[in-house]
Design a protein around this ligand. Structure first.
Ligand code: FE2
Length: 463
């Protein structure tokens, strides 16, 4: 464990144990309608004696829960007791993760030699599949957990033959079902785009072959189409089998065109593929149908160098270069012509969220990426209709993902609150912050009993 001092070092420092349950005192006022739990996931520990994970995405999964009840707010944080976690605690480097080498390679997994050494560290997101609350990552099965206590449960079995990925930890909701894909890598690699109702089995909507599959972190969906984007950041399955490198080191930026696949959600029409400029993206924001086009909003980069910039030795030291980082809108013709781009905001941001009730949400919420001292230094509310934006910022505070929670009895897209956790580097404490989405002013905060990790993604689950 490093002795963290700078804001960047604090953000990417280790949480050493579970926290709480603990009652939190609230400064300000919470809306009476805010009842439920804000559940988050993310990396929280990178060092276990001789075991040192080298990338932000490799930290051990730490679930956090802020429960809003009648006149009370309670916090719980718990590590997921995966096999990977237990091995790290025991000082064993047995499990292959995103970027940290292990005893055996990802190639052996693709070759089917040892499927049991792939990480089960589900540290990226949480979702509810039917009655199951699960933690997700990009490779491996979802991990069930108790949504009240955060205690670790079993791996979720979908009861189908689609395998465990690579996939995304960002299933996208469309109507009553979830949509995602699973890649079956090999000499004839294919993406299997699937939909899910309840907790399984998954229903295959389309099969898309790819000689050199891409690193794909999330998908989009309009009412008519699922959107799968292959960035020119691809890997050769054979080289992965033979090379013995950590997963992400197999991907290479070619600078070639990006391919955007539109997949008819009814499964009746064949997928349409459009070309676009070379770009890279972690996170889709939203997509909607617009006449003969699908409009795809996402946070894009000019290349994939952001992945390298998130190695811990770099991200603890300096701001990512993140060339071209911007909120972008791609218009994708349904007839397969080339996609075109416009920039909605060139403010540096990541981890975007919207009001998921709306087909065309007007506002995007996202932490602002800092230029100098801190990794993040504000929360943005971007008005995509007027191209204006507002920002919450507070001295010495770095926020994580900001989640909009609508007032269930309210009117309008800003009738609600925005929830996020901010780390105060000066006081070495974290707070849950509650913004009024209409004024974008802070209306409440509650200090946690410890510094909390920035984390990745979370959801508000209404009581
Ligand atoms: Fe993500």
């Amino acid at each position: 464990m490093i002795a963290a001092q700078t804001p960047r070092e604090l953000i990417f420092s280790d949480v050493l144990s579970d926290i709480g349950p603990a009652a939190l005192a609230v400064e300000g006022s919470l809306p009476g309608w805010l009842r439920g739990a804000f559940v988050r996931n993310g990396s929280a520990r990178y060092g276990f004696g001789p075991i040192q994970f080298c990338h932000w995405f490799d930290g051990m999964a730490f679930l956090q829960r802020f429960e809003f009840g009648e006149g009370r707010l309670e916090y719980t944080g718990r590590f997921i007791r995966s096999k990977s976690y237990e091995a790290a605690v025991d000082g064993r480097a047995e499990y292959q993760s995103f970027a940290t080498p292990a005893a055996r390679s990802f190639g052996s997994w693709i070759a089917g030699v040892t499927s049991s050494n792939i990480t089960d560290n589900t540290n990226v997101n949480v979702v509810r599949y039917g009655d199951a609350s699960v933690a997700l990552t990009e490779i491996g099965a979802p991990r069930c957990f108790d949504p009240q206590t955060l205690e670790t449960g079993d791996l979720l079995k979908f009861n189908d033959d689609l395998g465990t990925g690579p996939t995304t930890a960002h299933p996208v909701r469309t109507g009553e079902r979830w949509v995602n894909f699973s890649l079956k890598p090999g000499l004839r690699s294919k993406y299997f785009v699937w939909s899910l109702s309840g907790s399984g089995p998954r229903n295959v909507i389309a099969r898309i072959p790819s000689k050199r599959p891409a690193y794909i972190h999330s998908m989009g969906a309009s009412r008519r189409y699922a959107i799968l984007i292959e960035y020119p950041y691809r890997f050769d399955p054979l080289a992965m089998i033979l090379g013995g490198k950590p997963y992400i080191e197999n991907f290479h930026w070619s600078g070639g065109e990006t391919l955007i696949h539109l997949i008819d959600l009814t499964g009746s029409d064949a997928p349409v593929t459009c070309a676009a400029e070379p770009f890279f993206c972690f996170h889709h924001v939203n997509a909607f149908d617009d006449g003969d086009c699908v409009v795809v909003d996402l946070v894009g980069y000019d290349d994939a160098s952001i992945v390298s910039d998130l190695y811990l030795d770099r991200v603890r030291e300096r701001a990512p270069v993140a060339a071209g980082l911007s909120l972008r809108r791609y218009r994708v013709p349904c007839n397969g012509q080339d996609a075109t781009r416009e920039t909605l905001s060139d403010t540096r941001m990541e981890l975007p969220r919207v009001d998921v009730r709306s087909e065309r949400p007007r506002y995007v919420y996202a932490p602002r990426i800092g230029e100098v001292d801190a990794f993040t230094d504000g929360v943005l509310q971007i008005d995509t209709a007027s191209a204006s934006q507002r920002v919450w910022e507070r001295q010495d505070e770095s926020p994580g993902e900001a989640v909009f929670v609508p007032n269930p009895g309210g009117n309008g897209e800003t009738d609600g609150v925005v929830l996020f956790v901010a780390l105060n580097a000066k006081h070495k404490r974290s707070a849950l912050v509650v913004l009024d989405a209409d004024t974008f002013e802070e209306r409440a905060r509650a200090w946690a009993p410890a510094m909390l990790p920035l984390g990745f993604h979370g959801q508000f689950w209404r009581a």
